[in-house]
Design a protein around this ligand. Structure first.
Ligand code: 6YU
Length: 498
């Protein structure tokens, strides 16, 4: 027993739980997950709302097909609808999810579907082009936003003159939705070169009928109850130490919690979100992280994408409507407008999804809003957001008597101290290499002290699947495997389970 390595995991999101599951399966039983908050799941969080459940965090399985481990696991656990698991669904090549059912303009009119579709096609082709710079061809400071604007500038002279203003305002709405997808304030903040490194898997995005959290709960079921310790925020990760345990063994790692409790370990897997690391990387790890890691943490992007759920007594949309798009007339990607957050924050919200199926959830819309405006929204009261949303929808539908929503729920991802945003992106000034640097374990190779003391997992450490649940899951497996490989080279893994 004494030779069994003690492994601590910080964070009970899907990466932490996946690492624990893998380690446990391989016989590593001296295992603890320390979680800061009172719940497991992290950014996977399903909550009761309306007649059913809504997702506070992760919404879809992006690319549900055989190469997606979240899809694989969820199918094995039988958590998905048959339709989502069908061969047909898995084969859909779904590059750009920007398909809208109805588009309203700020003057209260529906915009002609053909115009929306034409602009959508143009936009998608430029977005596709923006992913082709992974092997060079652009400067290190080029952004996806500047590239798209350059494409727009180069093409609008050919448009029908009367359509220019409308098309520009539509393109601006597409860019706002793109900010939600990338979790950034502006596409000008997203680096162009590495943009194409993010890999899209085939399959039509699907949801979990019993909530995304049903997946987390299944993973948890494979672990003993006492492995996860809730309400245990870790304040400091001490490494390179010689800390004597009650078993008189010497451990290189000591975790200190906010309440003063300490935990000793041979290895710790840090899965805290990049947003948390950005806030306190300099004091969270002691001795402090190597300079290249601190620099990677600083340079990488971590933005905010929030949701606003609105429940209505009766739908004001058509039964087949899936997404409602809102377009502010007069806006253009080529003209930078001055923003007064108090007055204008709501202009950043450009799309609302109709949650499915209404028979189970009720008549619920889910609006997405990213960036500074989204962070500002977190400072407002529910009443204020409710009245702003009511006015917004009355204006766009052109119906001044539209009944207000009967229920509203907003997420607050920026204000959550142990997340501090929604998910990562590759910001201008950084590259995929920073993701790899963040993922490197400590001590670095060549250091003679005990190996693999501090390992790093979490969505922000996956170079191709960052910002997703499958990226997070794979990163947890990766670090578990790193430890297992290390020990299987030293002795038989089986001995530990005794
Ligand atoms: C996906 C989706 N989705 C919407 C929104 C959000 C996210 N994602 P965790 O944070 O889960 O766990 C860490 C734990 O650590 C946590 O519990 C903390 O409390 C704890 N902790 C922190 N500090 C601690 C301390 N000091 N001590 C102890 N514990 C501590 N992903 O696949 N589909 O639809 C969405 C979405 C609003 C917020 C998402 C989605 C992201 C995932 O939720 C996220 O990656 C994982 O859950 C993270 O798991 P984890 O374990 O790493 O951390 C080209 C190109 C473009 C690039 N992007 C395109 C992709 C689009 C991404 N889409 C997302 C969209 C939505 C709507």
């Amino acid at each position: 027993e004494s030779s069994c390595p003690a492994v601590a995991i910080i964070g009970s999101g899907i990466s932490g739980l996946a690492a624990a599951q893998q380690l446990y399966r391989q016989g590593i039983r001296n295992l603890r997950i320390l979680e800061a908050t009172g719940r497991t799941g992290g950014r996977i969080w399903s909550q009761e709302y309306g007649k059913g459940l809504v997702e506070i965090g992760a919404h879809w399985i992006h690319g549900p097909s055989t190469k997606n481990p979240v899809f694989q696991l969820s199918s094995q656990y039988d958590l998905l609808d048959p339709g989502s698991m069908s061969e047909e669904n898995q084969l859909v090549e779904f590059d750009s999810p920007l398909i809208f059912s109805v588009t309203y303009s700020s003057s209260g009119k529906k915009i002609n579907c053909e115009t929306v579709s034409d602009v959508g096609k143009m936009y998608s082709s430029w977005l596709h082009k923006s992913k082709a710079f992974t092997h060079g061809g652009c400067g290190p400071h080029n952004s996806v936003g500047s590239f798209l604007k350059q494409e727009i500038s180069g093409s609008y002279h050919d448009w029908d003159r009367e359509q220019v203003d409308l098309k520009m305002s539509l393109l601006n709405a597409f860019l706002k939705t793109e900010c939600c997808i990338s979790g950034t304030h502006s596409m000008d903040d997203v680096a162009l070169g590495p943009f194409g490194e993010y890999t899209t898997l085939p399959g039509l995005d699907c949801t979990f009928p019993r909530g995304y959290e049903s997946l987390v709960n299944q993973i948890k079921l494979s672990l003993p109850n006492d492995i996860v310790l809730l309400n245990k925020p870790v304040r400091t990760v001490n490494w390179k130490g010689s800390f004597q345990g009650q078993d008189s063994r010497i451990y290189p790692v000591k975790l200190e919690c906010e309440n003063g409790e300490t935990f000793l370990a041979d290895h710790v897997i840090v899965t805290v979100p990049l947003g948390f690391l950005k806030e306190c990387a300099d004091r969270f790890v002691c001795p402090t992280l190597p300079y290249n890691k601190l620099e990677a943490i600083q340079n990488m992007g971590f933005g905010t994408n929030n949701k606003i759920f609105l429940e209505f007594e009766k739908p004001f949309w058509e039964p087949e409507c899936y997404v409602i798009q809102l377009v502010w007339e007069g806006e253009s990607p080529l003209v930078k407008s001055q923003i007064n957050l108090q007055q204008d924050w709501i202009k950043k919200l450009s799309c609302l999804f109709v949650l499915q199926p209404p028979a189970q959830i009720g008549h619920v819309l889910c609006g997405f809003i990213a960036g500074n405006e989204s962070e500002f929204m977190e400072t407002l009261s529910k009443e204020e957001i409710h009245s702003t949303m009511t006015n917004l929808l009355r204006r766009f539908t052109g119906n001044p008597n539209l009944p207000p929503p009967i229920n509203i729920l907003c997420t607050h991802w920026h204000s959550k101290p142990y997340t501090h945003g929604s998910y990562s992106y590759v910001a201008v000034g950084s590259s995929g290499r920073d993701i790899d640097i963040l993922a490197q374990p400590l001590p670095e190779k060549g250091d003679p002290s005990k190996p693999l003391q501090v390992l790093f997992a979490g969505e922000a450490t996956h170079r191709n699947f960052y910002s997703t649940t499958h990226g997070a899951l794979l990163s947890g497996w990766r670090e578990a495997e790193r430890l297992i490989n290390h020990y299987s080279g030293l002795r038989s893994v089986g001995n530990w389970s005794k």
